[in-house]
Design a protein around this ligand. Structure first.
Ligand SMILES: Cc1cc2nc3c(=O)[nH]c(=O)nc-3n(C[C@H](O)[C@H](O)[C@H](O)COP(=O)(O)OP(=O)(O)OC[C@H]3O[C@@H](n4cnc5c(N)ncnc54)[C@H](O)[C@@H]3O)c2cc1C
Length: 868
């Protein structure tokens, strides 16, 4: 396999198996690993030595912000035993020493070309090799080309007028002089208050005669509480190092932790205070980013944490005006990476420190002697730019990477990076990225993510070699699917709301796309492992042994739906159809009690109404807005066997708030005690009673709409037909959420989704067996799809879930209603199951669908508007 030519006279091989760009932690581990697997490797590095981030960022105060117990290689237990970190958060010099120690230990430098910048890499299709050009004019070719070029390795050039005019020394935190800088007695300007600014400002302030900090956007920062590693932090690692590292690999952020289930929006101020203070005292990012399970999902929960951080800032900073300027108010907590500091806010109490707010006092120009801002000319002896990085994509597109058919990566990524798993990109065979866009990378402990990528890529190259194949490239379908999934993950969070470098917002002209994968290190690793387990899913591999491709999508469920399913699978709960109905009902009630309650509405009132065979319960939801409100009659789900006026409570609160409708959720008799057609008789009785009493219930006059979920949606569809046939009551519209519309169970969706998505094919059989005789199952009162005529029915909105056995019959009913001349809106809920849309505050990806459902309900009462 190897094409390495023996280096003549110490020269390095020009043709190798793998070229790696970068000798940071990613490049170093790649070299060690691939070399061990028998590949010839050459690493090309622009810097003068190893270390990457820690080679370049030598500014005062530079430290890691993930504790060193975790921010360290774990691939070799002997390496771990040979190195001891001195502090909770090590300084840059110590981390750089560690990188050098690793390079020496594994004799890595002999395969690294330092002071060598890669300028271009072109795919030579005829030779199936990458041809690489460097700043030293060295030309290298490789079968595989790997960018380990760093997510934060290209400092952002300051976009400030006059930059370049200043005659004194100018420093960039990301390119700090190796000999250090002495600011003693100087007037210093620091521009930028991101992580590098926050770390360096306190130390520069101690040295400088005067320090002026220019701030455009304040960041949230928490005190690092640095010092020796706390015993309670060391203990689990020392007790079982392997278990600790494994827990990190399967954690959300690459640091072992137990995520809370506590919601900020549903807990008390005491709980808020207790959880926040404990996270604050930890001085670590993972706890403060996880005070509440919902803080990155909902603004109200996030505001609790953000508000408390602001209280802390105000408590420290003596000058109230300065304190207000330092309080972030334009982004949700955690949507930009929070900083960890040592005495940052205290620094503003020093007499030699001044804060200039660039929003009210913008820089007009850098001058020869200083900075003009807001009409004030300020003189400085030195200027420090702490203006961040062109993150995640900067180093990759800085190289002219040209793939198949002469297409450049830069052109392909013009509207934002497009990758499969953040590892590869269509059109660029044998090209890999370490911690690339579309992978957890900067949202995680990078050491864990780097190791995972290096291991995955190495294993991939070994498989290719073992299979007698030479090239590998993702398929367009797989890549598009991953991008969709990655954007789905971001969309359910508050992340995209911030103008952050995660979004590319700090670089003028950079496309606004959420760059990292938000789904978590654990979910990501699972997807990568699954790609392998499913025969290199979505990867086209070819060579002398032929071409192999198992095309497909590794993730199609909405991310939160997938998480719920994983959680349920881990709980290994008994299934409803394994229990007698009474036990199943009690179990459902128990599950319902544990769910988030849903939003507050104006009024919730329970009562009874006359069912077909006696009184039945109902629950009424009244909006908080002034009435009278249009009235919706709702039938709960539960397969005619389970559920009650209480069982869909959070969904109905949500629908009431969103739609502004008064909702009356009614009970109906259940099977097997009362089999078909008892439920239908009660459903009709409810329709008559609610229609007659709409105004006395406080609702608006006029026809009511009917709605339901699952078997309840079946009831709503059936009463719509019966009311038509019986001459009333009039119905304004029917909202059918994942309805049962047929008595047969032989559709493709039944087969595809028979198991694994909560509502199983066998549970549906159990429902039907309890509810109705086989002979009745084509009766339109069970199978509305089979009605003799579907003409003249109320307008319908039908929601179907992609992973629902009932999907196809819902789709069929929507088509049949439309074909019969009815007004129909069909909402196919991509990535959803039969139950997921009802999981209020748990499945956030259901929100847009529920918003559409609410709009449909409103539209039933304004037909002219909707028709338009
Ligand atoms: C100040 C700071 C603190 C950080 N703290 C943490 C932390 O606490 N925890 C954490 O998880 N992450 C942290 N990070 C992120 C950090 O970048 C990663 O943890 C990690 O060091 C990245 O390693 P890498 O090898 O992927 O990339 P890098 O360390 O960035 O190395 C990439 C190398 O590639 C070289 N290179 C790039 N382009 C070319 C080219 N065209 N030709 C030749 N060479 C090239 C660069 O010179 C660089 O040396 C921090 C980043 C910064 C800037």
């Amino acid at each position: 396999m190897t094409e390495t030519r023996a280096p003549a006279g110490g020269a390095r091989a020009a043709d190798v198996d793998v070229v790696v760009v970068g000798a940071g932690f990613a490049g170093l581990y790649l070299l060690h690993k691939l070399r061990g697997l028998g590949f010839s490797v050459r690493v090309l590095e622009a810097a003068g030595d190893v270390g990457g981030t820690w080679y370049w960022n030598r500014y005062p105060g530079a430290r890691c912000d993930i504790p060193t117990t975790d921010y360290t290689y774990s691939f070799d237990p002997a390496l771990e035993a040979a190195w001891t970190w001195s502090e909770k958060y090590a300084t840059q010099p110590e981390i750089l020493r560690y990188a050098q120690f690793v390079a020496e230990r594994y004799d890595l430098r002999r395969d690294i070309d330092f002071n060598t910048r890669v300028e271009a890499a072109h795919w030579d299709a005829a030779a199936s090799r990458w041809r690489i050009r460097t700043s030293t004019d060295a030309s290298v070719s490789a079968q595989h080309y790997i960018m380990a070029s760093g997510c934060l390795s290209v400092p952002k050039a300051p976009d400030i007028p006059g930059a370049g005019r200043f005659q004194g020394p100018v420093y960039s935190t990301g390119r700090w002089p190796h000999q250090g800088v002495d600011f003693t007695g100087q007037r210093v300007a620091v521009i930028g208050t991101g992580s590098s600014g926050v770390q360096s400002i306190p130390l520069i302030a101690e040295q400088a005669a005067q320090l002026t900090v220019f701030q455009r956007t304040p960041n949230y920062s928490i005190p690092a509480g640095n010092g020796p590693v706390a015993p309670e932090r060391r203990a689990p690692l020392e007790a079982d190092r392997a278990a600790y590292r494994l827990a990190a690999k399967w954690s959300r952020a690459g640091v072992p932790s137990t995520p809370t289930q506590i919601y900020g929006r549903y807990s008390t101020p005491d709980v808020h205070a207790e959880r926040f203070e404990s996270a604050w005292k930890s001085g670590e990012l993972v706890p403060i980013l996880g005070v509440f399970a919902d803080q990155i999902l909902f603004p109200d929960s996030n505001a609790i944490v953000a508000g408390k951080v602001r209280e802390k800032i105000r408590a420290v900073v003596a000058n109230p005006e300065t304190a207000e300027l330092l309080c972030p108010k334009d982004h949700h907590f955690g949507t930009k990476r929070p900083c960890l500091d040592t005495g940052y806010y205290q620094t503003y109490n020093r007499p030699n420190v001044r804060l200039v707010d660039l929003r009210s006092q913008p820089i007009t120009s850098i001058t020869e002697t200083g900075i003009d801002a807001g009409g004030e000319a300020m003189r400085f002896d030195a200027i420090v730019y702490a203006t961040g990085f062109d993150a995640m994509t900067g180093a990759i597109v800085a190289v002219d990477i040209t793939g198949r058919d002469g297409v450049t990566l830069k052109a392909k990524w013009a509207a934002g990076p497009i990758t499969y798993l953040g590892l590869m990109s269509v059109g660029f065979p044998n090209f890999f990225m370490i911690t690339g866009p579309g992978s957890p990378s900067v949202l995680s402990n990078m050491m864990v993510s780097i190791e995972q990528h290096v291991d995955w890529v190495s294993d991939c190259l070994v498989r290719l070699r073992n299979d007698g194949l030479t090239t590998i490239e993702p398929t367009p379908q797989a890549e598009a699917g991953w991008m969709q999934h990655s954007q789905d993950c971001a969309a359910i969070t508050l992340f995209p709301s911030a103008d952050s470098w995660y979004m590319g917002a700090n670089v003028p002209g950079k496309p606004r796309v959420f760059l990292p994968y938000v789904g978590g290190v654990d979910a990501y690793r699972k997807a990568c492992d699954e790609v392998v387990a499913r025969g290199d899913l979505g990867l086209r591999r070819s060579g002398p042994a032929g071409t192999r491709c198992n095309d497909g999508l590794v993730r199609q469920l909405q991310p939160d739906v997938g998480m719920v399913l994983d959680m349920l699978a881990a709980m290994n709960l008994p299934t409803f159809d394994s229990m007698p109905p009474a036990a199943a009902r009690a179990f459902l009630a128990q599950l319902s009690a544990a769910r988030p309650p849903g939003p507050a509405v104006g009024e919730v009132k329970d009562g009874t109404f006359p069912g077909a065979a006696g009184p039945l319960n109902y629950r009424l939801y009244r909006p908080a807005t002034p009435g009278p409100h249009p009235v919706v009659l709702y039938y709960h789900g539960g397969g005619w066997v389970l559920g009650s006026h209480d069982s869909d409570d959070p969904l109905l609160r949500d629908l009431c708030v969103r739609s502004g409708c008064l909702i009356v959720s009614v009970d109906y008799r259940h099977a097997p005690e009362a089999r078909f057609p008892a439920a239908v008789d009660d459903a009709m009785a409810a329709l008559r009673w609610v229609s007659t009493n709409a105004t006395s219930l406080g609702g608006a006059a006029g026809p009511v709409a009917v709605a339901g979920w699952s078997a309840g949606a079946n009831q709503a569809a059936v009463v719509s037909q019966l009311a038509r046939d019986q001459g009333g009551p009039a119905i304004a519209g029917q909202l059918l959420l994942t309805p049962v519309t047929d008595g047969d169970r032989n559709t493709a969706s039944y087969r595809e989704n028979a198991e694994g998505y909560v509502l199983t094919a066998s549970l549906m059989q159990w429902f039907f067996d309890h509810y109705a005789d086989e002979a009745d199952r084509h009766d339109p009162r069970i199978a509305p799809l089979r009605a003799a005529s579907l003409a003249g029915l109320p307008p319908a909105c039908i929601v179907t879930g992609q992973f629902d056995p009932l999907r196809d019959e819902g789709v069929a009913y929507a088509k049949a209603l439309a074909a019969a001349g009815n007004r129909v809106q069909h909402i196919p809920a991509r990535g959803h199951t039969h139950t997921s849309l009802t999981m209020i505050d748990v499945v956030v990806s259901g929100e847009p669908v529920r918003a559409e459902m609410a709009a449909a309900l409103r539209g039933f009462f304004q037909p002219a508007t909707v028709a338009a």
